[in-house]
Design a protein around this ligand. Structure first.
Ligand code: C2E
Ligand code: MG
Ligand code: MG
Length: 763
């Protein structure tokens, strides 16, 4: 509400108008009174000492015992003072009524003796009926004296700030005016209470009467006679000094005029003008941050106080500033409220965002896994969970940039949105979950999948990514979370088996568990020395002599027992441990061959991941250098699938290996997808015909296949190795075809490496 500029302007000007109105109503007077008390105190100055107070105090009253005093007593007091050399005497006492003729005569005589240097009080009263009544000294007295106006002005904050300096219409002058001959005294005389009234000389009337007073206090002084006795009720409340006797106020006024300190009261207008400027500035100038705003506000108030204090001290100007201070504080409060409102709004937005992010994926807006489950549960429907995984995103991102694949992921999510009204969750970076009716089976999915696999157009790039799926079983009263877990298992199984997708089967759980156990155990197999190498001999078809051996990895796990390479090699490829395992096999087999004096060839299997994730050329080289095994006796077996794509980097690595003197064999030839024509251009030396062909030679078609492959390889100048030869008939078939080498149970089961290849002769 407060954070927009219009409402801020409204609030600020509203406050200004309100505070000005309050100023007219006098609401700031108490605050200003306090400030003035402080300023008066701070600017403290001494009275001149020329004006003294002869005080009819309680003691003086008690001595005489009656009030009003007999006029003869006043006469004695005046005579005494004049005798002591007082310059002028003003009575702040009412002589407007007659007492007894003798008493009045005695006083009149004394006044006459004073020779015009005595003044008697005149004052204005307002009767209960509202009629103004002027009390003046009796005519009897007035012939010898002048009247002195002793009223004070109306109170502000209950205190006397000023008194009438003179009243032209009544032809009356105040005591201060009488005492300041030759000076003009304003009609309203504002008293400067910085004059320290506690330092005004006070003499008890009784001490004057009995002559005990030091005459030096009286001589040449201007004297105000009046009462401080509480009983006489002539007490006034003034700033800074609190309750003082009325005569003291007249002495204060007299001192004020004497010191040229009659204050000029400018009221609140200067501060009001500055307040308007301040409000305009706060609205029009560039917005400060809170710290600066507080600083500037405090500085503005302090500056105004400094100026006010100086104007007062030097030029007796009186300016009321609390309106300004209150407004500055008010504007600051508005600012604080505003900031708080902004903070609250930010906090609210932040919480909303957190709340959103707790349940949604930031990039696409898809539901989080838990939110997806909650939404599916809310629908109350029995549904299957279908997980869809975008494949090859990482590789695509690496070549086209991840900004592109991020967009592809978002576009994929939009396709899903268009395809279903049911909740969509993002389960992993590239895996989304949707709910499908329980009747859906795998076959029905394929059509939909091809739509989802349509090319994505991202800024001109056409990106095609396969989609793999995992479908849960029927929910059948189970939770959405359990269904989602099934789908995850199915998807993992599809990945593990390299299938387009999989529907969940209960047996998967055990298998997944087994895979997990394998995964964990495999990671520490090298350190635990659970690995070994078995060597399978390779035999020359013409001489039946051993010419070489293939190194085959063996794993005897402490927890899981003997694990087949067919189980753990794919896993090791998935989790990346194949790089360490493969390196170990390379070094260890070369080391053992050297240790035992093996003089035949050595074949070592290398997985595709070793080409992608490590520098295979450097590894082979280091194995050769470290063990001293001769490069020209080493065969590196790569599966057909690893070179099927003909990726440049793998071809380059194979060429580099051949440069080292190493030979390259294509393992399991015939099972992959490489085109035969492609074979001619590859840097390879040998073909290893897969044992599945050996099993099929009993059929005419199988025999033809084996024949074709052998002839092709031979024509390309490649050496042919036949794997899995188990019988003499198989041996004879391939020997007749002209294959160079065979490998199989007929001659040798994988086992320890014999000392020399020559020892091993035909079975
Ligand atoms: P491969 O490289 O094609 O190895 C031949 C496989 O056929 C071996 O299985 C071997 O024991 C088996 N074999 C040999 N003669 C016969 C036979 O007459 N009849 C039958 N039925 N089988 C025979 P193994 O040792 O279980 O290895 C399986 C696969 O694991 C290997 O196939 C190879 O692809 C992979 N492998 C083994 N060791 C390593 C290794 O150190 N690195 C890599 N990357 N892969 C390895
Ligand atoms: Mg092999
Ligand atoms: Mg093989």
């Amino acid at each position: 509400m407060l954070q927009n500029p219009v409402s801020r302007a409204l609030a600020s000007t509203g406050l200004l108008v309100l505070f000005l109105a309050l100023a007219f109503l006098g609401a700031w007077i108490p605050a200003d009174a306090k400030l003035w008390e402080l300023r008066f105190g701070a600017a403290n100055r001494l009275p001149s000492g020329e004006v003294i107070f002869v005080d009819i105090d309680s003691a003086s009253l008690a001595e005489v015992g009656i009030w009003p005093w007999p006029r003869s007593l006043h006469a004695r007091l005046l005579d005494q003072l004049m005798a002591m050399g007082a310059y002028e005497v003003a009575f702040d006492i009412d002589f407007s009524t007659t007492s007894s003729p003798t008493e009045d005569a005695a006083f009149a005589a004394s006044l006459e003796r004073a020779g015009g240097y005595a003044y008697l009080a005149a004052f204005r009263q307002v009767s209960a009926a509202g009629v103004e009544v002027w009390s003046r000294p009796l005519a009897l007295f007035a012939q010898f004296t002048q009247a002195a106006l002793v009223n004070v002005d109306g109170l502000e904050a209950g205190m006397v700030w000023s008194l009438p300096g003179q009243n032209a219409s009544q032809d009356l002058k105040s005591i201060a005016a009488h005492f300041s001959f030759g000076k003009t005294v304003p009609e309203s005389l504002h008293i400067d209470y910085s004059i320290d009234l506690t330092r005004v000389v006070r003499v008890p009337a009784s001490a004057v009467l009995d002559g005990s007073v030091d005459p030096r206090l009286i001589v040449n002084r201007q004297v105000v006679i009046g009462a401080s006795a509480i009983e006489l009720h002539d007490l006034l409340l003034v700033p800074r000094f609190g309750v003082v006797p009325g005569p003291i106020v007249h002495i204060a006024a007299a001192e004020t005029v004497r010191q040229d300190r009659a204050l000029v009261d400018l009221g609140f207008w200067p501060a009001a003008g500055l307040a308007v400027l301040f409000v305009s500035g706060s609205l029009l100038l560039p917005r400060l941050n809170l710290g600066w705003a507080v600083g500037v506000s405090v500085a503005a108030s302090i500056a105004l106080e400094a100026v006010t204090g100086t104007l007062f001290a030097r030029h007796a100007l009186q300016i009321d500033t609390s309106l300004f201070h209150a407004l500055v504080a008010g504007i600051l409060v508005i600012r604080l409220l505003e900031d708080r409102a902004v903070r609250r709004q930010q906090l609210r937005q932040y919480h909303q965002r957190l709340e959103y992010l707790a349940h949604h994926d930031e990039q696409t807006g898809a539901l989080s896994p838990s939110a997806w489950c909650a939404e599916v549960t809310k629908t109350g429907m029995q549904m299957k969970a279908l997980l869809l995984r975008l494949e090859q995103v990482e590789a695509t991102g690496a070549s086209l940039g991840f900004a592109v694949t991020d967009q592809v992921v978002s576009l994929f999510y939009r396709r899903l949105l268009a395809a279903t009204d049911l909740p969509i969750g993002r389960i992993e970076s590239y895996v989304f979950a949707i709910a499908v009716p329980e009747t859906v089976v795998e076959d029905q999915l394929r059509g939909h999948l091809s739509q989802l696999e349509a090319p994505f157009d991202v800024g001109g790039h056409l990106v095609v990514l396969p989609v793999r799926y995992g479908l849960s079983g029927a929910r059948a009263g189970r939770t959405a979370e359990a269904t989602l877990q099934d789908a995850r298992t199915a998807l993992a199984m599809a990945v593990g088996r390299d299938l387009d997708g999989c529907a969940y089967q209960p047996a998967f759980d055990a298998e997944m568990q087994h895979r997990r156990a394998l995964d964990i155990a495999l990671r520490s197999a090298i350190e635990k020395e659970e690995l070994d190498i078995a060597f399978q001999l390779q035999v020359d078809t013409r001489t039946r002599q051993t010419t070489g051996a293939e190194a085959l990895l063996r794993w005897n796990s402490a927890e899981l027992g003997r694990v087949s390479p067919a189980d753990f090699i794919p896993l090791a490829e998935d989790n990346g441990t194949i790089i360490r395992l493969g390196n170990w096999v390379l070094h260890e087999s070369c080391r053992r061959a050297m240790a035992i004096g093996w003089d035949g060839r050595l074949s070592v299997n290398v997985a595709p991941a070793q080409f992608e994730g490590s520098d295979i050329v450097a590894m082979v080289q280091s194995a050769l250098v470290e063990t001293g095994f001769p490069a020209h006796m080493l065969d590196i077996e790569v599966t057909e699938s690893s070179i099927a794509g003909g990726e440049g980097s793998i071809i380059d690595a194979l060429a580099a290996l051949r440069e080292l003197g190493v030979s390259i064999a294509i393992d399991d030839f015939g099972t992959g997808h490489s085109s035969l024509s492609h074979l001619a251009s590859l840097p390879v030396d040998k073909l290893k015909i897969d044992m599945s062909f050996v099993r099929q030679i009993t059929t005419a078609r199988g025999a033809q296949m084996a024949t074709t492959i052998t002839e092709l390889g031979t024509k390309l100048g490649l050496s042919i190795v036949v794997e899995g030869v188990e019988s003499e008939a198989e041996f004879a078939f391939f020997a007749d075809l002209g294959c160079d080498t065979v490998q199989g149970y007929l001659f040798s089961r994988p086992g320890p490496l014999p000392a020399s290849s020559i020892v091993q002769s035909a079975a």
